[in-house]
Design a protein around this ligand. Structure first.
Ligand code: 13P
Ligand code: SF4
Length: 388
């Protein structure tokens, strides 16, 4: 079968991966102590030795978008749902090192016991989508819903990709968290309890789930823009809508367009187009299959040898799948490089640094959510974990 063709590099993507860039700016923030040099030939051996020294006290979680150099050290890899489940299922591990992004580590802290410590190897590993919904903006939105007389019939629901404060907002108002692998079930749950849903912060996952999975129409959805008074919506629009979508998105999945889908169908006859539901509605509508990162992996595992796949999600995962499925033709849906720059902040030097700090008896980059926020957020997270 043909080998994977690397998409064309862009200057920014390479900079974010630390190639040909200013080494000092690549260190991220808040990394006290000595960060090993990326060129250190002993990095793999050092990571192995630190992991062995920590033994059962350590549990490393790795999201599928992590670099290969990091994912090789994960005890469990998964999508955000599986990683949340796994974090909650390891009460014996003293240290949970989260190779993923900040909102995932926060959720892990909420779901673990008070004695367990969650560590994010680089504090600069955030998520631009999660940053698109600030608690104060969401409070304003709720106020607008109250003034329109619809807050009482609206169930708030947040995608996992949100801060702990947003999850707490949702928990306080009897709502639910969802991930890309259970959004349909969570949305059905919400519509059994209310007439409307306020979906935070990813408008695309909200719209795709409502229209594609629940059969609502695009006209049932409105977009609340936190940068405009009343979200840029009239009271009547809020009253008429079934889905009030927060104006947030993932810039990585925003790279895939309808043209990318058309183009790959022309280039690769018979190709199966498989995308993540954070892609826009027109991309998802034009795709053959849609699902979370775990779904994407399982779809490739189950695919016939010789079949062709164009995948619209982060490049580290797509390249790994291409390497693992040499008997299938795997193509990246975009023509240019498309990494999640913040996920890529966690590299081997940061992982080695974090593990060696733990061996030395220091706890670096601990992620802690305050007790009040955690109490409300865990209500909405536990509800998600208990969905049938
Ligand atoms: P998954 O839950 O599908 O792994 O997605 C997480 C994510 O951040 C995708 O952008
Ligand atoms: Fe956030 Fe998008 Fe990166 Fe996922 S891929 S962590 S949504 S920026």
């Amino acid at each position: 079968m043909s080998t994977f063709t690397e998409p064309a590099p862009t200057a920014t993507a390479l900079l974010l991966l630390g190639k040909g860039s200013d080494a000092a700016s690549e260190k991220g923030v808040d990394c006290p102590g000595e960060l090993p040099a990326p060129s250190d030939p002993d990095l793999v051996a050092r990571a192995r030795a630190a992991k062995e020294a920590l033994g059962d006290r350590l549990f490393i979680l790795g999201h599928h978008y992590q670099r290969d150099e990091v994912i090789q050290f994960a005890d469990v890899t998964g999508d955000s749902f599986k990683l949340a489940q796994q974090a909650a299922a390891r009460p014996e591990a003293e240290f949970i090192v989260f190779c993923g992004v900040h909102f995932m580590a926060e959720s892990a802290d909420i779901l673990t016991t008070d004695d367990q410590k969650v560590i994010l190897p680089d504090m600069a590993a955030g998520c631009s989508m999660a940053d698109m919904a600030a608690a104060v903006q969401v409070e304003d939105c709720w106020e607008a819903l109250t003034e329109a007389g619809v807050a009482d019939v609206t169930v708030p629901m947040t995608y996992m990709n949100s801060t702990a404060a947003i999850k707490a907002f949702v928990g306080k108002r009897d709502g639910v968290v969802c991930t890309s692998s259970n959004a349909e079930r969570a949305l059905n749950w919400a519509f059994e309890r209310g007439e409307k849903v306020l979906f935070l912060p990813d408008q695309h996952l909200g719209r795709n789930t409502a229209v594609r999975d629940l059969g609502l129409s695009l006209e049932d959805c409105v977009v609340y823009n936190p940068h405009k008074p009343n979200g840029g919506l009239t009271k009547q629009q809020l009253r008429d809508a079934k889905m009030i979508l927060w104006r947030g998105h993932c810039s990585v999945h925003g790279r895939f367009t309808l043209d990318s889908v058309r183009d790959v169908r022309e280039r690769v006859p018979g190709v199966n187009v498989l995308v993540h539901p954070e892609c826009s509605h027109d991309v998802v509508s034009a795709a053959d299959y849609v699902g979370s990162t775990e779904y994407i992996i399982k779809a490739l595992d189950a695919a016939e040898p010789g079949s062709a796949w164009a995948i619209g999600t982060e490049l580290n995962l797509v390249r790994r799948l291409a390497n693992r499925h040499a008997d299938k033709q795997v193509t990246f849906l975009d023509k240019t490089v498309c990494y999640c720059s913040t996920m890529n902040r966690i590299d081997l030097p940061h992982l080695v640094w974090a593990l060696e700090e733990l061996v030395a008896g220091r706890v670096p980059n601990q992620i802690t959510v305050d007790a009040e926020t955690a109490r409300h957020a865990s209500f909405a997270l536990d509800r998600m974990l208990a969905l049938p």
